[in-house]
Design a protein around this ligand. Structure first.
Ligand code: ATP
Length: 236
């Protein structure tokens, strides 16, 4: 389980997160919603160790990891797919996957890991020898997701996986994420601007506005209940 207790993130004078608390349980998706600049990426960065956390604590399965640098957190099993599709563009698709696997827990052998990914995303098998930078946006997102899951993480952070993708690709990507969350039983946290989509796939949801939680609860309730109005208002 991932827990944040009163976490504050500041970039100089900018308060990106203020006294934020959260419990993300394993075996389901926790969605972080909010408009541009609400603090979603800062929350994810606070967990993976790349945000300037000036207060509060971050715990993974009860272990306080607040003082650990990012590489140590990655070793503990925190995988962070950042906004903006960061991958090794000159390396082939398969080399990206192999590299990610080599940095992971290696619980499943490499050939089986690759076979599973190619089974799920056949296009990546076709493009296995192609430099990742030459792939379409949707295909690159498939590589990034595969690079995070091939590491057998304990906690997966996905920052706006649907950003800039065609609806059909978004469906495919979210199909993969929901299957993976159910199958792996790990903690999955997704930051997303597409609120309805995120509420549909997640179990629990937090809405941020200006670095604070303005709404939270079971996603099904937020999707159906009168909180819909509050949800819409938080985007204003
Ligand atoms: P987006 O969807 O646009 O990425 P977000 O909800 O992820 O938005 P953050 O990126 O966490 O929000 O930004 C929260 C606040 O912190 C914003 O006001 C943003 O301008 C500011 N911020 C983010 N990164 C930095 C930085 N490196 N230096 C200064 N301010 C920053």
């Amino acid at each position: 389980m991932l827990e944040l207790r009163g976490v504050t993130v500041r970039y100089g004078a900018v308060r990106a997160l203020e006294d934020l608390s959260l419990r993300a349980e394993p075996g389901g998706i926790t969605a972080i919603l909010g408009a541009n600049g609400a603090g979603k990426s800062s929350l994810m960065r606070a967990v993976s160790g790349i945000a300037p956390v000036v207060g509060g604590s971050v715990l993974l399965d009860g272990q306080d990891i607040t003082g650990l640098p990012a590489p140590a957190r990655a070793k503990l099993g925190i995988a962070h797919a950042m906004e903006g599709r960061r991958l090794f563009r000159q390396l082939t698709v398969e080399d990206n996957l192999k590299l990610a696997w080599s940095f992971g827990a290696r619980r499943v052998a490499l050939p089986a890991s690759l076979a599973e990914i190619y089974d799920r995303f056949p296009i990546l098998k076709e493009k296995a020898r192609t430099p990742a930078g030459l792939l379409s946006g949707g295909q690159q997102q498939m590589v990034i997701l595969s690079c995070t899951t091939i590491r057998s993480p304990r906690c997966l952070l996905l920052d706006e996986p649907s950003l800039g993708l065609a609806p059909i690709i978004v469906q495919q990507i979210y199909g993969f994420i929901t299957d993976y969350a159910a199958r792996s039983g790990i903690t999955v946290v997704i930051a997303e601007q597409m609120a309805t989509l995120a509420l549909k796939v997640s179990r629990h949801c937090l809405v941020l506005r200006r670095g604070r939680v303005v709404l939270q609860g079971p996603s099904a309730e937020l999707l159906q209940g009168s909180d819909g109005k509050a949800l819409a208002a938080s985007y204003l």
